[in-house]
Design a protein around this ligand. Structure first.
Ligand SMILES: [Zn+2]
Ligand SMILES: [Zn+2]
Length: 265
């Protein structure tokens, strides 16, 4: 059983295709009892469509669906904020505009470089890309009030087919980020979007999951990072296998920014 899918995008995200209602129907069809929508809040200077998300309209629709699907589906209100450490005012603003159950922090941009831009990867070394990204992640987890860290090693999804990925080269940097996550109670988004891509990876890489647990971490959420109906819940059983094989018997549930254990069956 897949207990949650906490990383979902709809038409309220610039790159999402489907409605909240269609995504909810899919979750019910799949027997996933709880979902969380985490639309993009992107405000940086290099975003193509900054401030696309309209939280008031979204939240009203979410409330309608909570009533419509009461008893069938629990619907959480999340938000995925890109580089929130760089935009504290816009981050505070969005958190005032709706009642969120959890906040996911992401690094999509390092400076002007977009972590999905293949041209950036092709004209830089693996070390420049990965070490640069992890340096930005360190700032994110140190300085922002978050609940969940999204797709921990995101550049791997684009980088693996281009120049590979060896997390061991960045072990010291990664362990430092993980320690901060643990000190601050941040959960890791076990994100399976890479399994739909040529990289065919889970984020974080299993070795990073292992380091986090070894350092004392035990907070995980599950994320398909679906941007359309057929992607919802897809491959999440592999995320569950990855953490269960490391001795983890629960995932985290978030309500009104409080974390609870949800046992894995
Ligand atoms: Zn993201
Ligand atoms: Zn996302």
């Amino acid at each position: 059983m897949i207990p949650i899918d906490y990383h979902l995008h709809t038409r309220y995200s610039e790159d999402g295709d489907d409605t909240l209602e269609a995504m909810c129907q899919r979750a019910i069809q799949l027997g996933i009892p709880e979902v969380g929508f985490s639309e993009h809040w992107d405000v940086g200077p290099y975003e193509i469509n900054p401030r696309f998300f309209k939280p008031e309209l979204w939240y009203a629709e979410l409330e309608r669906l909570r009533d419509l699907f009461a008893g069938q589906l629990v619907i959480r209100a999340g938000i995925e904020i890109a580089e929130p450490h760089l935009y504290p005012q816009e981050t505070a603003e969005i958190l005032r505009r709706a009642s969120f159950d959890y906040v996911i922090g992401s690094v999509h941009f390092v400076g002007r470089n977009f972590m999905f831009d293949r041209d950036y990867f092709k004209c830089h070394s693996a070390d420049e890309v990965y070490a640069g990204y992890f340096a930005e992640m360190e700032q994110l987890v140190r300085t922002t009030e978050l609940d969940i860290v999204a797709h921990f090693d995101l550049p791997a999804r684009t980088g693996i087919p281009i120049f590979g990925y060896d997390p061991l080269r960045y072990e010291a940097q990664i362990r430092s980020i993980l320690k901060t996550c643990i000190e601050r109670g941040l959960a890791l988004d076990v994100n399976v979007s890479g399994l739909r891509k040529p990289a065919h990876n889970i984020m974080p890489d299993p070795i990073i999951l292992e380091w986090y647990i070894e350092l004392g971490g035990e907070r995980f959420t599950l994320g398909s990072d679906a941007h359309r109906v057929p992607e919802l819940g897809l491959n999440l059983e592999k995320a569950i296998e990855a953490i269960q094989s490391l001795g983890i018997d629960h995932v985290m549930q978030f309500k009104q920014r409080q974390a609870y254990h949800l046992p894995l069956e």
